[in-house]
Design a protein around this ligand. Structure first.
Ligand code: KG4
Ligand code: ZN
Length: 338
């Protein structure tokens, strides 16, 4: 029996997961809701909260999985990218655990965790797969050839998709994180209200969301004095903005579907929780006769299940890491080629 534990603490979610013989037996996620009143994540407070909750979460995850510390075979933790103080909590904890149990420690790249999160679903993606990663910090279009080979096709040249959702939400007076609020408001709005432009870039697979964000700001400034926006208009702007994000994503994904031979498509990262984006990509996959795997909600936002799974695959592929492993100040080792 092979038991793998994963720890995630890159931002404002502390999460601990256990995979026993390829089966996920626990994926506990504790979200730090108190950042709401600051309008965004406060790094120092985040680190302290991770420190308070990580041990109780480990205890609960082991209990749920009906195993004890001594049964753990591999210890995985997110090594970055993310908030350094927050990362250090999970990473250092994992190293300490590995040292005391004399078991291997596997540092995991957070984005790679998201990339393979579709494998946590009952129906698995197949390589080569096209992955669209949309999170608060990253927007990437990747050609994933195996568990060790990822070719980067494109990325955002400015804001990440989730960042754009959060910034536009702020303009409309919604609380952080704004993505879910925009989605909710958009359900009641009319996306034809404003046709916000999608940036045309030289590279067909790159994204830009900064211009879109500015377009929304200009529209708000021009049409609403003193920033007083009636709810009906907030709904319409949300729907129009979300539609522009969908157009940007589907355009690039469709280009890649036309130009690369792939077996499956996957949509991952926090923004993959967005229902209209999920629907749009599902339709696109159907149109191109491709299998699409979009992880369940619990695997879209930050979670340790994806970290344990990614760590397990690295371990199985023969990767071994020293306890001296230090990903800082750079981004930890990843398997991207361009
Ligand atoms: O992957 P994630 O949990 O953290 C990072 O690694 O960045 O992504 C968080 C992002 C936030 O920007 C949040 O607003 C966005 O995901 N998000 C959404 C939705 N749920 C979360 N964006 C759009 N629609 C949603 N339903
Ligand atoms: Zn993430």
């Amino acid at each position: 029996m092979m038991n793998v534990i994963g720890i995630e603490s890159s931002c404002d979610e502390t999460s601990v997961a256990v995979i026993s013989d390829e089966l996920l037996t626990a994926n506990l996620i504790s979200s730090q809701d108190f950042h709401v009143k600051y309008g965004g994540v406060v790094p120092e407070l985040s680190s302290r909260a991770h420190l308070q909750i990580v041990l109780p979460l480990i205890k609960d995850a082991l209990e749920l999985s009906k195993i004890s510390l001594a049964d753990i075979d591999v210890i995985c933790a997110t090594a970055g990218p993310g908030l350094i103080g927050a990362l250090l909590v999970g990473l250092t904890f994992a190293k300490g655990l590995a040292y005391s149990l004399n078991k291997p420690f596997v540092p995991v790249n957070h984005i790679e965790g998201h990339v393979y999160s579709g494998f946590l679903m009952p129906e698995k993606p197949e390589f080569p797969m096209l992955a669209i990663v949309v999170s608060g910090g990253h927007t990437l279009l990747l050609l994933v050839k195996s568990f060790t080979e990822i070719q980067k096709l494109g990325s955002t040249v400015d804001d990440a998709a989730g960042e754009a959702f959060d910034k536009v939400a702020k303009m409309l007076g919604f609380e952080y994180p704004g993505g879910p609020k925009i989605q909710k408001a958009a359900e009641l709005g009319n996306k034809e209200t404003v046709i916000f432009p999608v940036a045309d870039l030289k590279d067909p697979y790159n994204f830009s969301f900064s211009g879109l964000k500015t377009s929304v700001l200009r529209y708000v400034q021009k049409n609403f004095k003193d920033n007083i926006i009636p709810d009906e208009q907030k709904n319409n702007i949300s729907a129009s903005f979300q539609d522009a994000v969908i157009r940007a994503i589907t355009r690039n994904v469709e280009r890649a579907l036309r130009n690369y031979k792939i077996k499956s498509l996957t949509l991952v990262g926090g923004v993959a929780a967005n229902q209209p984006i999920r629907s749009a990509l599902t339709s696109l996959a159907e149109k191109h006769n491709k299998k699409i795997i979009i992880p369940d909600m619990q695997f879209c936002g930050d979670n340790a299940a994806m970290i344990a799974f990614r760590g397990l695959k690295l371990f199985e592929s023969g990767k071994r890491f020293d306890l001296n492993y230090n990903p800082f100040p750079g981004i930890p080792e990843n398997h991207f080629t361009s």
